[in-house]
Design a protein around this ligand. Structure first.
Ligand code: AMP
Ligand code: MG
Length: 415
């Protein structure tokens, strides 16, 4: 064990840097996947376009393609061709216009499109030819989407290490990719420790024995892991016994990249995670200078990475976001794993500065400021449900109403 309860508290930044360093020598495993299935996955290779998008100048309106120089007040122009989307026009005859539809290629010779609402059909000199009069003076280039204006040939449109969302999938498809090279999902084994824990559904609320509580961590941790792109094996609750804990950890390490536990990492308690991990691999126990969430364990169980989160639900939730999230993203090759913060106004006082960096549960209000949940205890999960983010408060800082503070949106973290 590298630290004891008396060791100085470890700054969060240092803890995250050390966790990430454990992944430095580990290549990102990747696989080919259908673009349709790749939402939320991390790209393992740059996407370089092998064509221009759009491939040709085309119309962004239903209307008429023409040469601006052909227009004169009161002059009617013959409609010499019709170009629907998906077809190819002919060179535009001088002094005529082409009927054109959105997405159809601009015929050679035309230099603008006039929308149909700005044109009027007029009777032609002979009955077969259709003629129009243009009621505005178009600017050269108007309503024309230029070849390559979205994507140039050879451009890197999506970067290795980015997390794919709906827009990125559309972009991959627009340059013709039906499959993408993406990071494999981390295989994660999850279990909870604690003899007081009961699974919802196993015992009705009115029948809960004294001292028992429902296992809430298992539910939000499994969901958080999935949001981070993991494949989760839920290994249930491990009893507070060393042999059972060793067995569970050993099983978990076999076919998983990462083992995550909650509970049993605080100091001086009925706690078997520490000796069990030490028996099977190696363990660093940290006291991180954050509130909530001071105790934190990490190391290896066999070849698998291991992280042990504190049991208190809010501590567990917050330490997941602060430490496990960047770790799992980096395991998938994401380079930028920093917390996305924004400066907002505190609409409350927080007079009790703490020597640790605090992550207060707050909520944006309709005046653009932040409200504070009144009970900031690490056992009060209501604060996380009520809040829509965390206020990142540096050590030793009291907050006065009106101060500018750093806000981290839960939506940004979970996206
Ligand atoms: P521990 O870290 O095991 O000392 O647990 C700290 C506190 O968190 C205790 O009050 C536990 O009952 C509670 N706790 C631990 N694990 C869970 C869990 N999975 N769900 C809800 N509460 C938990
Ligand atoms: Mg416990």
């Amino acid at each position: 064990m590298s630290s004891s309860p008396r060791s100085p508290l470890l700054p969060l930044e240092t803890a995250v840097a050390q966790l990430l360093a454990a992944l430095d020598d580990q290549p990102v495993r990747s696989e080919m996947l259908s673009t349709l299935q790749a939402d939320g996955r991390v790209l393992a290779q740059d996407v370089v376009s092998k064509l221009e998008v759009p491939p040709q100048d085309n119309s962004s309106m239903d209307g008429y393609a023409l040469r601006c120089a052909d227009l004169a007040p009161g002059r009617a122009l013959e409609v010499s061709q019709r170009i629907p989307a998906g077809s190819q026009g002919l060179p535009l005859l001088a002094g005529t216009v082409a009927r054109i539809f959105t997405g159809a290629p601009i015929p050679p010779g035309a230099d603008a499109v006039v929308m149909q609402e700005d044109c009027q059909e007029v009777p032609g000199a002979n009955s077969s030819a259709q003629q129009i009069q243009v009621q505005t003076q178009p600017l050269a280039g108007q309503w024309i989407r230029r070849r390559g204006e979205d994507v140039r040939l050879g451009a890197t449109v999506l970067q290795c290490g980015m997390r794919l969302g709906p827009a990125a999938l559309g972009m991959a498809a627009s340059v013709g990719l039906a499959q993408l090279q993406v990071a494999c999902k981390p295989r994660v084994a999850l279990f909870s420790t604690g003899d007081e824990l009961v699974m919802p559904g196993a015992v009705a609320p009115q029948d809960m024995p004294p001292g028992a509580i429902y296992n809430s961590n298992r539910f939000f941790l499994a969901a958080l892991l999935r949001r981070m792109g993991c494949e989760v094996t839920d290994m249930g609750i491990v009893p507070d016994r060393l042999d059972a804990t060793v067995q569970a950890l050993d099983d978990a390490a076999q076919a998983h990249d990462f083992v995550l536990t909650s509970g049993g990492v605080s100091v001086g308690e009925e706690d078997h995670i520490k000796p069990a991990v030490q028996q099977l691999g190696r363990l660093d126990l940290w006291q991180i200078a954050i509130k909530p969430g001071k105790p934190f364990a990490h190391g290896r169980v066999g070849a698998a990475h291991f992280i042990g989160l504190p049991g208190n639900p809010v501590s567990s939730f917050v330490t997941f976001l602060l430490l496990v999230r960047p770790f799992l993203l980096r395991m998938q090759g994401v380079q930028n794993v920093a917390l996305p913060t924004q400066a907002l106004r505190a609409d409350f006082d927080w007079p009790r500065a703490d020597r640790r960096q605090e992550f207060l549960r707050v909520r944006r209000n309709t005046q653009g400021g932040l409200d504070l949940f009144p009970n900031q205890s690490s056992g009060v999960l209501t604060s996380v449900v009520w809040g829509d983010g965390l206020l990142d408060n540096p050590p030793g800082r009291a907050i006065v109403r009106g101060d500018t503070v750093q806000f981290i949106s839960l939506g940004d973290l979970l996206g």
